[in-house]
Design a protein around this ligand. Structure first.
Ligand code: GLU
Length: 591
């Protein structure tokens, strides 16, 4: 999801809003807009452009748009094409203007009712309904803006970060959040709002982070927040201005810092993409629904770490969505004769979106009869995103560490979401989806717990320091996780690391196992556990030293030849993501 900025001050705030939008450009968008007001006698002025914020800045300067109250937006179209008309802000009766990040799922139903009430819709968006709904709830001015907004949001299903201003109450901005982030930037005699504090770094370093379900009235010198019927206080946090992506902060190196960012970036990646009970599939863009309806199989193509994410997704797609899936290495796929089954969705995964082999594979795939190409990528402006039919962005922020960490786990989060939206079409029940989404929403907390294993890992990793080779074992969906562990150990520590599906051990590699060859195994609590245990005893019998990352519920015992690290209990579907975390630590603690 893209960006929101708002400001109320005694000075002109147009520059602050436009600068804020520029700072949010990294999140990707297709159009931008601004609405302003200069006191109650002023009329609501808005300006919108398709394309870059730069264009909006030029138009704003030509139009000399000014005001002491304003809201601005960068849009990533989910309902209705990226056009000037569909760009936000949206208004109602020339009085109310809103900007919205997110997806309103019941907008059709609301729209029909509002049409009957005589409201005229000028856009194809879901968001415009919010403007009219609030206008309606104001009952011709009898109800205050804040009360009307509070009432209106009770009627919304879906996700929203919302910012509202009203010509008849020009001393305030009303904001609300549910499923999409919003912060209030606290100034002196002026206040701001944004979807990300980064947007306001030029005006304040003090922020109030709104919680899910909060509604707030932001005025010049006052901020009032409600949660349900209760008026509440939220703490003000001082945030040092970011470009924090480019600084190591308290961490020894970028990789460690990025490992620790995972709870937050996973949260950012899930924001606006799931509601309490479902995946908001329009988060994949306006064309997504029609495309997904045609999908019968999935072809994933990627390189390196992203390929491992694709291999995990193969299991999810086949078990959750019951859809056949192939995951291929881009450098192999691009040079091969490809047979495409009818109804195949082509999916690329790349952190940068500039990986040459993946791009070449996409171009090759375009000559074949795929349903469409979907990019899962971290960089909105990348070639991969531009050349694909549609995309969904990981919100991992800049990844500076050479070894990918947060890009991998955010890719996995989105691939799980993709599996769920496709599964809906193959019989996944609403209750099953609700359970999966509930599990997903716990992911940031689970990762946070897994990050606390660093001390245990440090202790055992010392025993590795004189080793030259290692073996990583996993079964089923954990095999690509083991491969990812081995890949990073090679990259970071120059220790030879090989990953094997644990069941393959007896077909050769067991011969290599002895006391000089540490064996690292991932052991989630699933129905392959018994088989994995058998594989591990083969290792012990050979005198190999075992390091087992085991789900806490298994109660795996440490002994002389087996060191166990207990991984927090997680829902089975999330285990590949949770077990990735301790393996990331292994990599960095080795010499
Ligand atoms: N769903 C809204 C739209 O399509 C807002 C999308 C966004 O978050 O920018 O306009």
């Amino acid at each position: 999801m893209c960006g929101i900025v708002g400001a109320i001050a005694e000075r002109n705030v147009s520059g602050i809003l436009l600068e804020g939008l520029k700072r949010l450009e990294y999140r990707g968008y297709d159009s931008a807009g601004i609405a302003m007001l200069n006191g109650s006698r002023d009329k609501l002025t808005d300006l919108k452009t398709v394309g870059k914020v730069k264009k909006l800045v030029t138009s704003a300067s030509k139009a000399k748009i000014r005001g002491n109250l304003g809201i601005a937006h960068t849009r990533w179209a989910t309902h209705g094409k990226p056009t000037v008309a569909n760009a936000h802000p949206h208004s109602s009766s020339k009085e109310i203007a809103i900007v919205h990040n997110g997806i309103i799922e019941n907008y059709q139903e609301l729209r029909e009712k509002l049409l009957k009430d005589g409201y005229v819709f000028k856009t194809e968006t879901d968001s415009e309904t919010i403007a009219h709904l609030i206008h309606k709830e104001r009952k011709g001015g009898k109800v205050s803006l804040i009360d009307a907004a509070k009432k209106a949001i009770t009627k919304l299903d879906g996700a929203y970060g919302l910012c509202v201003m009203d010509k008849t109450e020009p001393d305030q901005i009303v904001v609300a959040r549910s499923g999409s982030p919003l912060v209030i930037g606290v100034g002196i005699g002026e206040n701001f709002v944004a979807s990300d504090p980064l947007a306001l770094g030029q005006v304040t370093d003090r922020f109030i982070y709104l919680e899910e379900g909060d509604v707030a009235k932001v005025s010049l010198g006052d901020i009032e927040i409600w949660h349900g019927n209760r008026k509440i206080n939220r703490p003000i946090t001082t945030v040092e201005s970011r470009s924090k992506d480019a600084e190591k902060g308290e961490y020894k190196h970028f990789m460690l810092k990025e490992i620790h960012e995972q709870p937050q970036v996973i949260k950012d990646t899930l924001d606006g993409r799931i509601s309490k009970t479902k995946v908001l599939e329009q988060a994949f863009g306006v064309k997504a629904r029609e495309i997904f309806d045609k999908v019968k199989t999935v072809q994933i193509v990627a390189c390196g770490t992203s390929f491992h994410a694709g291999q995990v997704a193969k299991y999810w797609l086949e078990t959750i969505a019951k859809i056949p899936c192939s995951a291929d290495i881009a450098s192999d796929y691009r040079y091969r004769e490809i047979i495409v089954q009818p109804g195949t969705l082509f999916v690329t995964i790349s952190q940068s979106g500039e990986t040459a082999d993946t791009l070449a594979a996409l171009r090759y795939a375009k000559k074949k009869k795929y349903v469409a190409s979907l990019a899962i990528c971290n960089v909105a402006t990348s070639t991969l995103v531009r050349e694909s039919d549609f995309c969904i962005l990981t919100m991992a922020g800049q990844e500076i560490g050479v070894a990918s960490t947060k890009a991998f786990t955010t890719q996995l989060a989105l691939l799980l979401i993709l599996s769920i939206v496709l599964a809906r079409r193959t019989g996944l029940k609403a209750t099953q989806e609700a359970k999966l989404v509930k599990d997903l929403s716990k992911l940031p907390k689970l990762i946070d717990k897994a990050l606390r294993l660093s001390k245990d890992i440090k202790r055992i990793s010392k025993q590795f320091s004189d080793k030259y080779h290692s073996l990583f074992l996993g079964r089923g969906i954990q095999y690509p996780v083991a491969k990812e562990g081995a890949l990073k150990l090679k990259e970071i520590s120059y220790i030879h690391a090989e990953a094997y599906p644990a069941g393959e051990l007896k077909h050769g590699p067991l011969a290599l196992v002895d006391s000089k060859m540490p064996v690292i195994a991932v052991a989630p609590n699933n129905d392959l556990l018994g088989k994995l245990r058998a594989n591990l005893s083969e290792v012990s019998a050979r005198g190999g030293m075992l390091y087992v990352f085991a789900d806490e519920s298994i109660k795996f015992e440490s002994d002389k030849s087996c060191k166990v690290v207990n991984v927090p209990i997680s829902p089975e579907v999330l285990a590949p993501i949770v077990f990735t975390i301790p393996l990331q630590y292994c990599r960095i603690m080795l010499p």
